[in-house]
Design a protein around this ligand. Structure first.
Ligand code: FAD
Length: 501
């Protein structure tokens, strides 16, 4: 028998996916394997992935990145959540904050006590019971302080907004220092073994040939290996998520420096606003079936807070995922593996999950179909769970003011999402399945924020009499407000800890 041990990994693509993958591989596998990355200066990166969720902290910890240093190098700011404007109804606003809301008592989630008080007319704002939401509202920030687990300060959860171009450059430095070889140039053709169908090598425009045992396709939407070469197929989800275009444009910074992303719904899509230290990233995600590019551009430029710093750049996409994320000896990560619009900033998280999963199932002794199937199953579940959460934002709306919103409000949704909505609408219940990314706090905030009002609440919440319940809620609100008032502003915190030069 020949030697089936894996010796060399070749990553195709040097966008966020390529460099994040290289960083995890070189950190986890050390020098046991050769890692090469090919990127082309002629083919630019998407470069607009700028908002993240708290799981990125695990990524930074995994590869040993110092958070303040990373923030300085990428002009980053802190993110505590996302503000949604005009989603449930025009004129509405709510925040989906990271972290928790109140504390669970026995078997009953905090929000059931809140629902009981809401239905009794005693409370009307969820925001008073989450440290993240209150900090967003007042532009304040502190990192979590685990030294006092009883304080709401222990419950703060943060992520980052950063400049995607600077992030890729930062990770490139990290990887090259640790032995990743970078090759610049355009891949012209891909060679496949005539019997096994495995990819054997890639040939560059200058004629150089690079062979490897395992290929990671981070070539972006084109999917150079996974689709253009192996023809793996694509599950198109645009009937649930019909937006297919985005226009991106940076603008000048304005004060105050907000610690959250803003997502403002328009007539056929929505606009993001991502505050960085040196500029604001903006973009309009829209559906070309319901809105022209000219109209989308005018709406985007008409809703900037500062002066535009460039011409808007158009990006087209089809929401969905590859039928197989791992096929033969090719694993697709990043945009090559699929795309769900950035409404909840989940793409970078999915990159991180993809590469960590690959390390967990690393085929060091050769390729086993059981490993490949497991990888594909886990990745599919994860993509579908994120998809459902995004579809919720479009479907749960009272808006009927444009044909786009009429379509979203009345479309069929996946059964998995329908069940969640029905459960919540009845008694405010939510069950997190298979370790899914978004927990009950996220689902409750978004379902409530989008206007779904449960008819009841968990009956165990009635085991506590009314007066003690109202007192408990008053106490939580008072403590939350007191703690937030003592926090520095977001801008002050950055100036003190992680201001870019
Ligand atoms: P790309 O950035 O497209 O990189 C592809 C790489 O492949 C490039 O280096 C290119 O040179 C190389 N390449 C391609 N073909 C060849 C070839 N033939 N030869 C050599 N090299 C080649 N994610 C978030 O988490 N948060 C967000 O806020 C967010 N916002 C987004 C907004 C929009 C409009 C879009 C479209 C995406 C957004 N994303 C976001 C997703 C995020 O941008 C991507 O997940 C991330 O940038 C990863 O891209 P990538 O590395 O897979 O592909």
């Amino acid at each position: 028998m020949g030697d089936t041990r894996l010796k060399k990994v070749l990553i195709v693509g040097g966008g966020t996916a390529g460099w994040m993958s290289a960083a995890v591989l070189v950190h986890s596998l050390g020098r046991q394997y050769e890692v090469q990355l090919i990127e082309s200066d002629e083919i630019s990166t998407v470069g607009v992935g700028e908002a993240t969720i708290p799981s990125i902290i695990r990524f930074n910890d995994l590869i040993g990145i110092d958070e303040n240093e990373f923030m300085r190098r990428t002009q980053a700011t802190f993110k505590l959540g996302i503000q949604f404007r005009n989603w449930g109804a025009q004129g509405d606003a709510y925040i989906h904050g990271f972290g928790s809301m109140g504390r669970k008592t026995g078997l009953v989630d905090f929000h059931h006590y809140w629902l009981k008080a809401f239905q009794a007319g005693r409370v009307d704002r969820l925001d008073d019971y989450s440290i993240n939401l209150l900090a967003c509202e007042t532009n304040r920030f502190s990192r979590a302080d685990p030294s006092n687990p009883n304080s709401p300060l222990a419950d703060i959860r943060h992520a980052f907004h950063f400049d995607a171009g600077l992030y890729a450059r930062y990770l490139r430095g990290y990887c090259e220092q640790r032995g990743v070889t970078r090759t610049e140039g355009r891949i012209d053709s891909v060679q496949v073994h005539p019997e096994t169908g495995f990819v054997t090598s890639v040939t560059m425009a200058n004629g150089d040939v690079h062979a490897a045992d395992l290929f990671i396709d981070c070539s972006g939407f084109r999917g150079l290996l996974i689709e253009q070469t192996l023809r793996t197929g694509y599950d198109d989800w645009s009937h649930w998520l019909p937006c297919d275009s985005a226009l991106a444009v940076p603008c000048e910074s304005v004060e105050p420096l907000l610690p959250y992303t803003r997502a403002t719904a328009h007539g056929a899509g929505w606009q993001w606003r991502i505050p960085l230290q040196h500029r604001i990233g903006n973009g309009h995600v829209f559906c070309s079936r319901f809105m022209s590019q000219d109209e989308a551009t005018a709406i985007l430029l008409g809703n900037l807070d500062g002066k535009a710093l460039a011409e808007p750049r158009l990006i087209r996409f089809t929401t969905g995922k590859r039928k197989k994320f791992w096929h033969k000896n090719v694993v697709a990560i990043g945009l090559a593996s699929g795309f769900i619009e950035p409404l909840e900033s989940t793409s970078i998280h999915l990159i991180q999950q993809g590469i960590v999963r690959l390390v967990e199932l690393f085929p060091s002794q050769g390729f086993l179909q059981a490993d490949i199937d497991e990888y594909n199953q886990q990745s599919t579940t994860e993509f579908e769970q994120v998809r459902d959460f995004i579809v919720l934002h479009y479907h749960a709306t009272q808006r009927r003011d444009t044909p786009f919103w009429e379509y979203c409000a009345t479309m069929d949704v996946p059964d998995t999402l329908r069940r969640k909505i029905d459960l919540f609408r009845a008694n405010g219940r939510f069950f997190r399945q298979n370790d899914e990314l978004f927990n009950e706090t996220s689902w409750v905030q978004v379902m409530f924020g989008q206007g779904i009002r449960p008819q009841g609440y968990h009956p165990l919440a009635d085991n506590t009499a009314d007066e003690p319940t109202w007192r408990m809620l008053d106490n939580v609100r008072t403590v939350m407000h007191r703690v937030v008032e003592r926090m520095p502003t977001h801008a002050q915190y950055i100036a003190q800890h992680c201001k870019a030069a």
